[in-house]
Ligand binder design. Structure first.
Ligand SMILES: [Zn+2]
Ligand SMILES: [Zn+2]
Length: 172
């Protein structure tokens, strides 16, 4: 969805529900998709030469566990505030400047905002540092690849130092 800033006189509010098919397949390795439809509410206010955006995204996403690579549900609740500096009249090309340095600007297109891109960016920003399906996830066996949360395997303990492993192989 594209939100044109030109049309905004004082304040506008966008609210929408993003269903599972909103998330592009194969968009990322970390986020596998939408688990519970996302409720999005974004308020945009024009104050002098700035646009102030206040938004909220809630719902659930499917993440991939860093250890066992299984997918798991993660509750998403993200709030964000952004300020955009509107273009000065007579300046060509018209461009919206972002006040926050650390924000990515890819969702600003001329005098419009690509809301989908912006929401996706916010979802990425709100993700946990480490995606784990549960605390103490056992991960995959490095030898046979079995998911150790689900199954046990007969592989030797995996704490063998690779240097010793080499020595062992040298023996006749
Ligand atoms: Zn896991
Ligand atoms: Zn194994």
């Amino acid at each position: 969805m594209i939100l044109s800033l030109k049309a905004i006189q004082e304040e506008t509010e966008v609210s929408e529900v993003l269903e599972r098919d909103w998330w592009p397949a194969a968009e990322s390795d970390q986020i596998l998709g939408i688990d519970v439809p996302l409720h999005v509410r974004i308020k945009v206010a024009k104050v002098d030469d700035k646009f102030l955006l206040e938004g909220k995204v809630t719902g659930g996403v499917l993440l991939r566990c860093d250890r066992c690579l299984d997918s798991f549900h993660w509750d998403l609740a993200s709030r964000f505030h952004l300020s955009l500096l509107s273009p000065k009249p007579g300046n060509e090309p018209m461009e919206v400047e972002l006040l926050d340095d650390d924000m990515e600007v890819e969702f600003v297109q001329g005098e419009a905002i690509d809301l989908d891109r912006m929401i996706m960016g916010q979802i990425y920003l709100s993700l946990p540092m480490k995606s784990l399906c549960k605390e103490g996830c056992l991960g995959l066996c490095p030898a046979c690849g079995v998911n150790l949360n689900v199954k046990r395997c007969e592989c030797a303990p995996q704490n063998i130092n690779p240097a010793f492993e080499k020595l062992k192989n040298l023996k006749p």
